[in-house]
Design a protein around this ligand. Structure first.
Ligand SMILES: Nc1ncnc2c1ncn2[C@@H]1O[C@H](COP(=O)(O)OP(=O)(O)OP(=O)(O)O)[C@@H](O)[C@H]1O
Ligand SMILES: [Mg+2]
Length: 607
C-alpha cells in the first residue's frame, strides 16, 4: 500500500507522522527531535537552512531568518495582520507585485508559499530518511479557522515542495482523530488548540465505528504564543527605553535576541514562578559603551500581560458552544492541544470555563500530525473504517444588489457540500452579471473577505428581475470553494475555482465592489417565496409522517382511498411549485395542505 505522511505545518514547529502496521507514529528528525522549528534561513554563502539549524543561527543572521511564515500565508499585503508582522519581524517583508506578501532573504524575494514549501520539503525528507524510500503523498493540516485563500496557499506550498497533498484537514479535527483512534468511544469532546500562531476550538461528536463529526468550530488565525511573546518583548523594550532612552526595536539582532529570551522566559514560567531575562551587550549606548538588559519576570506579571489574550480564547469557546447549541455540561471531555496549553493560566482558564478538568493525555505537540497520518492511511486503505465529517468555519455567499451579503452556505455546514440559489438581474436590459464570491459572517458585503469574482455575459435583454441566474457553491473535502453561475434560459455557464484574489489591495477591492454595483444580481422576490416554502414544507413533513398510519386505517373504504389520492395530489403539486420557486403557486397549495393535515390528524386521533 502506498505510504502517506501526515504533516502538521505549524507556525512555530512542524511535525511529521505515519501509520506503521496500524499504529500512528511520529517520525523524529536527524537530531532525534520529534518536532522541527518552522524556520528557514539563507546564509551569507547562499546556503539554505531549515529547522533546528536555521533556528540556531537566527540571532547572528536575524535579517535572513524567517519564522512564523504561517501567519502571513494567504494574506494580502494591506491586511492589518501583515502590517503588524512588518512592524515586529526581524526579517524583511515587502509588497509583491499583486499586493501579495514577499519575504526578502539575501536580496532575493520569496513568496510565502515558497517559504512554507521549504519547511514541508524538510518534513518530507525527514520521513524519507526514516522510511528509506521516497514519499510523495501527504495529508497537511491547517487551522480550522483558515479561510479559502489560506487553504489554497497551503496547498500551493505542498505542490511547490513536490508533495501530492491528498487532503487538507483541520488541526483540531486531526487532534480529535488521534485522540479517538482505536478506542471505540462515543463522546462529545471539545478540542482547545492554542499554538504558536493560531487559536482554534472545535466541538466534535465521536461516534462508534470511527465516525468523527464536527459540530462547530471557530478560532482566530492571529492569536497564539507569538502574541504572548510580543507582550513580553513590549514589556522588556519599554522598560529598557525608560531606563536608557533607547528603542531596542531599531536593531534587528537585538530584536531577535529579545524574541528568543521572551519565549524562553514564557516557557520557563510554566514550571517556575519567576525567571530572569538576561541579555548582556544587547546594544551600544552610542557612547562606545555596551548596555545590558536584565530583568526579573514573574509568572504573575506574565499572566497580567497575557490576560486579555487568554480571555479572547475563552470568549471564542463560549460562542462556539452557542453555535453548537450545547451546554458546558454536555461536553464530556476537553482535549488540550498546542504548546501554549502548557501555561498554567491557560489550563486554569479552560478548566474554569468548561467546569471540568481538561484532558492532558494527548501529546500537545504531536497529536495533530498523528491525526493527519491516521487520515492519510484511511484515505488509501479501503479496509479502514473511518468517517470524518468536518464543517466550514465561515459562511459563504455572494454580494447582491445594494451591497448585501447573501449567504448560500452557512457557517458550520458539514463539508463536502453544495448549495444552489436563484438570483435575477437587478436592472432593465442587463446583459452581464458579476458574481462576487465572499466568505464571512457580516450582512454587509464589504466587511467580508472577497475570494474572487467572475462575470456571466450574454444574458437576454429583459426588464429587471426577469432573467434568472442560478448560482451554485461547492466546498470540497479540503474546504476549498468553487462557484458556478448559470443563465437558466440559455444554459450558459461560468465557473471558477476561487483562487487568485490575494493579489488585490483593499482599495482595488473597494473599487471592484463599487464598479460591480450595477452589474450585480438581485435576490429573487425571494422573501415571499421563502416564507411560503417554509410553511408548505412543514405541512408536507407532517402529512408524510401521518401517511402510513392513515393509510392503514382508511385503506379498506372507497372514501379512504379517494382521500389519500387527493392528499397525494396536493402534496405533489406543492412540491413542484417549490421546485419551480413559484411563490404564488406554493401559496395556493397551502390551504389544501392545511386541510389535508387537519383531516389526517383527525383520522389518527379517532382510532
Ligand atoms: N512549556 C511551555 N509553556 C508555555 N508555552 C510553551 C511551552 N512550550 C511551548 N510553548 C509555546 O507553544 C507555542 C508553540 O506551540 P505549537 O508547537 O503547538 O504551535 P504550532 O503548531 O507551531 O503553531 P500553530 O498550531 O498555531 O500553527 C510557542 O509559542 C511556544 O513558545
Ligand atoms: Mg499547531
Amino acid at each position: 500500500m502506498e505510504k502517506v505522511i501526515g504533516i502538521d505545518l505549524g507556525t512555530t514547529n512542524s511535525c511529521v507522522a505515519i501509520v506503521e502496521n496500524g499504529t500512528p507514529v511520529v517520525i523524529p528528525n536527524r537530531g532525534g527531535y520529534k518536532t522541527t522549528p518552522s524556520m528557514v534561513a539563507v546564509t551569507e554563502a547562499g546556503k539554505r537552512l531549515v529547522g533546528h539549524i536555521a533556528k540556531r543561527q537566527a540571532i547572528t543572521n536575524a535579517e535572513n531568518t524567517v519564522y512564523a511564515a504561517k501567519r502571513l500565508i494567504g494574506r494580502k499585503w494591506n491586511s492589518p495582520q501583515v502590517k503588524n508582522a512588518v512592524a515586529t519581524s526581524s526579517y524583511r517583508i515587502v509588497e509583491g507585485p499583486h499586493n501579495d506578501v514577499r519575504i526578502v532573504l539575501r536580496d532575493k524575494e520569496f513568496s510565502v508559499p515558497e517559504i512554507s514549501a521549504m519547511v514541508l520539503q524538510e518534513m518530507k525528507v525527514i520521513a524519507e530518511d526514516y522510511l528509506g524510500e521516497s514519499v510523495s503523498k501527504a495529508v497537511v493540516t491547517v487551522p480550522a479557522y483558515f479561510n479559502d485563500n489560506q487553504r489554497q496557499a497551503t496547498k500551493d506550498a505542498g505542490e511547490i515542495a513536490g508533495l501530492d497533498v491528498i487532503r487538507i484537514i483541520n488541526e483540531p479535527t486531526a487532534a480529535a482523530l488521534s485522540y479517538g483512534f482505536g478506542r471505540n468511544i462515543e463522546k462529545t469532546v471539545a478540542v482547545y488548540d492554542f499554538g504558536g500562531g493560531t487559536f482554534d476550538i472545535s466541538i466534535l461528536e465521536i461516534g462508534a465505528h470511527g465516525v468523527f463529526k464536527v459540530i462547530a468550530t471557530a478560532g482566530d488565525t492571529f492569536l497564539g504564543g507569538e502574541d504572548i511573546d510580543a507582550r513580553i518583548i513590549d514589556w522588556l523594550v519599554s522598560g529598557f527605553k525608560e531606563e536608557h532612552n533607547i528603542d531596542l526595536r531599531q536593531d534587528r539582532m537585538a530584536l531577535q535576541r529579545l524574541k528568543d529570551a521572551a519565549e524562553k522566559a514564557k516557557c520557563e514560567l510554566s514550571s517556575v514562578r519567576e525567571t530572569e531575562v538576561n541579555l548582556p551587550f544587547i546594544i551600544s549606548s552610542g557612547r562606545n559603551e555596551a548596555l545590558h538588559l536584565q530583568r526579573t519576570l514573574t509568572r504573575q506579571t506574565l499572566e497580567e500581560l497575557a490576560e486579555d489574550l487568554v480571555e479572547r480564547t475563552v470568549d471564542i469557546c463560549k460562542q462556539t458552544l452557542e453555535d453548537a447549541k450545547l451546554g458546558k455540561d454536555e461536553i464530556e471531555e476537553v482535549v488540550l492541544v498546542g504548546g501554549m496549553t502548557r501555561m498554567p493560566k491557560i489550563q486554569s482558564a479552560v478548566q474554569a470555563f468548561f467546569e471540568k478538568e481538561p484532558n492532558k493525555g494527548v501529546h500537545p505537540d504531536e497529536v495533530v500530525a498523528l491525526g493527519a497520518a491516521i487520515q492519510g492511511a484511511a484515505l488509501v486503505d479501503d479496509k479502514q473504517e473511518m468517517v470524518l465529517l468536518d464543517v466550514t468555519p465561515h459562511a459563504l455567499g455572494i454580494m447582491t444588489f445594494g451591497s448585501y451579503f447573501e449567504e448560500l452556505i452557512p457557517q458550520n455546514t458539514t463539508v463536502p457540500t453544495h448549495r444552489t440559489k436563484i438570483f435575477t438581474t437587478s436592472r432593465d436590459n442587463q446583459t452581464a452579471v458579476k458574481i462576487l464570491v465572499m466568505q464571512g459572517e457580516s450582512q454587509r458585503a464589504e466587511e467580508n473577505e472577497l475570494l474572487g469574482e467572475f462575470i456571466l455575459t450574454g444574458l437576454r435583454r429583459a426588464p429587471k428581475g426577469q432573467v434568472e441566474i442560478e448560482v451554485t457553491f461547492e466546498i470540497n473535502a479540503d474546504g476549498i470553494v468553487s462557484v458556478r453561475a448559470k443563465d437558466l434560459e440559455t444554459g450558459l455557464e461560468q465557473s471558477i475555482q476561487v483562487t487568485a484574489t490575494s493579489g488585490l489591495t483593499r482599495e482595488e477591492i473597494k473599487t471592484m465592489m463599487d464598479n460591480a454595483k450595477d452589474d450585480l444580481v438581485d435576490r429573487r422576490t425571494s422573501e415571499e417565496f421563502e416564507a411560503a416554502k417554509q410553511e408548505a414544507e412543514k405541512l408536507i413533513a407532517e402529512i408524510e409522517k401521518l401517511f402510513p398510519q392513515v393509510q392503514q386505517i382508511v385503506a379498506s373504504s372507497d372514501f379512504g382511498r379517494d382521500a389519500i389520492e387527493k392528499a397525494r395530489a396536493i402534496v405533489d403539486k406543492a412540491r413542484s411549485a417549490i421546485e419551480r420557486r413559484d411563490a404564488a403557486a406554493v401559496k395556493e397549495q397551502i390551504e389544501g395542505l392545511t386541510r389535508t393535515h387537519r383531516m389526517f390528524k383527525g383520522v389518527v386521533a379517532k382510532t
